[in-house]
Design a protein around this ligand. Structure first.
Ligand code: FES
Ligand SMILES: [Fe+2]
Length: 330
C-alpha cells in the first residue's frame, strides 16, 4: 500500500469487531497490520494492542472481570479505558507492580459494531444515511476475511453490471443493460439512485416490482443500498470493507442489513434478509479474490471503462482527491 494511503487510513474510523462477538467480554480484531483486542461490556468498550506486554500472549484469548481485561497466561489485569495494569497476581500484595499498560485506541460502538481509529481521527465518524433512524431494525452479519483490496470490494458492492452474471442464482433474470445514472456528491460522500425490477429482492418481497435502489457511500468504504418498494417498504444492506493487513491486500468485510419495521413489506423479517444477503455476498467472493491487480488501481488509464462504470471511475477520482487533501493537510 502506498505509504501516504496507509497513513491516511490510520486517521480514519473502521469497525474491528461485532459487539455480538465479544465472548466473555473479549474479541480479537485487526486493522492495517495491527493486532487488536476489544474488551468491555458492550456499552463501555476498549480497543487496545492485541498482545500482553508481559510475555506476548494474544489477549483475545482472555476474559473480562468487572470491565477489565484478564490475560489468560498469568492473570495480569488491564483496566478498561486506560489499559493500565492494575493487578499482577504473582506478586505479594506489599510489592510494587511494574508500570505496564496496554496501548489503547479511540473506541466507539455503532450499528452493532465496535469501531476504532489507530491515529488521531481526522474525519467525522461515518454514518448511515439519516433516513435509517433508530426505528429501523439492524443486524450485523457474520464478517468474512478476503484476499483483495478495500477499494476493490467497495466497487464490487455497487457494480450493477455484474448482477446477471454473478447473482443469477439469487437474483434471477436481471437486465444486462445498465441505464445511464447520475452521481451526486457531498464532500466525501457519493450517492445515486437506480430502478430495479424484482432482482435483488428476497422472495417474500419479490411480488412487488419497480423497486428503487438508493446507493450511498462515505469514503473510503462505508457503502449502503436502501431498497424502496412501491408500497413504501424499505430495507437496507451495508458493507464495510476494512483493510486488516498493512499491505492492503486483505480485508475483513463487515456487513449490515436493516428493515424499517414501520413500512416493511411482504412479511420478510430481518433473518430472511440476512440469509439472502449472505448468499449474495458469497457469490461475489470468488470474483473479488481473483481480480488482478488485487486492489482497484487509482491510475484511471490502467483499465478500460464503460458508461456503466461511472461509479467506480468517480469513486477512484474522489479517492485520489481524498489522498491529495490528506497530503495537503499533513
Ligand atoms: S503473558 Fe500476560 S500475564 Fe503473562
Ligand atoms: Fe455482487
Amino acid at each position: 500500500m502506498d505509504p501516504v494511503e496507509y497513513e491516511m487510513l490510520r486517521h480514519m474510523w473502521f469497525p474491528v469487531a461485532r459487539l455480538a462477538d465479544l465472548r466473555d467480554g473479549v474479541a480479537g480484531g485487526a486493522l492495517l497490520g495491527e493486532d487488536l483486542v476489544v474488551y468491555g461490556d458492550g456499552h463501555d468498550v476498549t480497543v487496545a494492542e492485541g498482545f500482553c506486554p508481559h510475555r506476548g500472549v494474544a489477549l483475545r484469548l482472555g476474559r473480562t472481570r468487572d470491565g477489565a481485561l484478564e490475560c489468560p497466561y498469568h492473570g495480569w489485569l488491564f483496566a478498561g479505558g486506560s489499559g493500565r495494569c492494575t493487578r499482577v497476581p504473582s506478586l505479594p500484595a506489599d510489592q510494587d507492580r511494574p508500570r505496564a499498560a496496554l496501548r489503547t485506541f479511540p473506541a466507539r460502538t455503532a450499528y452493532g459494531l465496535v469501531w476504532t481509529c489507530l491515529a488521531e481521527p481526522r474525519h467525522p465518524f461515518p454514518a448511515l444515511p439519516a433516513e435509517v433512524d433508530e426505528t429501523w431494525q439492524l443486524a450485523a452479519g457474520e464478517p468474512y476475511t478476503l484476499n483483495c483490496g478495500m477499494r476493490q470490494l467497495t466497487e464490487n458492492f455497487r457494480d450493477k453490471a455484474h448482477f446477471p452474471f454473478v447473482h443469477a442464482d439469487t437474483m434471477g433474470e436481471v437486465s444486462k443493460v445498465v441505464d445511464p445514472y447520475r452521481i451526486s456528491r457531498d464532500g466525501w460522500q457519493l450517492g445515486w439512485s437506480a430502478p430495479l425490477g424484482s432482482e435483488g429482492v428476497p422472495a417474500d418481497f419479490a411480488a412487488e416490482f419497480d423497486h428503487r435502489l438508493d446507493y450511498h457511500i462515505t469514503l473510503p468504504m462505508f457503502a449502503s443500498i436502501r431498497v424502496r418498494s412501491p408500497s413504501g417498504g424499505r430495507r437496507l444492506v451495508a458493507q464495510l470493507a476494512v483493510p486488516v493487513s498493512a499491505d492492503g491486500m486483505r480485508v475483513r468485510q463487515f456487513w449490515l442489513v436493516g428493515i424499517d419495521p414501520v413500512t416493511a413489506a411482504g412479511g420478510a423479517g430481518i433473518t430472511d434478509v440476512l440469509a439472502f444477503e449472505q448468499q449474495v455476498f458469497e457469490e461475489d467472493h470468488p470474483i473479488v479474490e481473483n481480480q488482478r491487480p488485487a486492489e482497484a488501481p487509482l491510475d484511471l488509464h490502467s483499465q478500460v471503462h464503460t458508461a456503466a462504470d461511472r461509479f467506480s471511475l468517480t469513486y477512484r477520482q474522489v479517492y485520489r482527491e481524498l489522498l491529495e487533501s490528506f497530503k495537503e493537510h499533513s
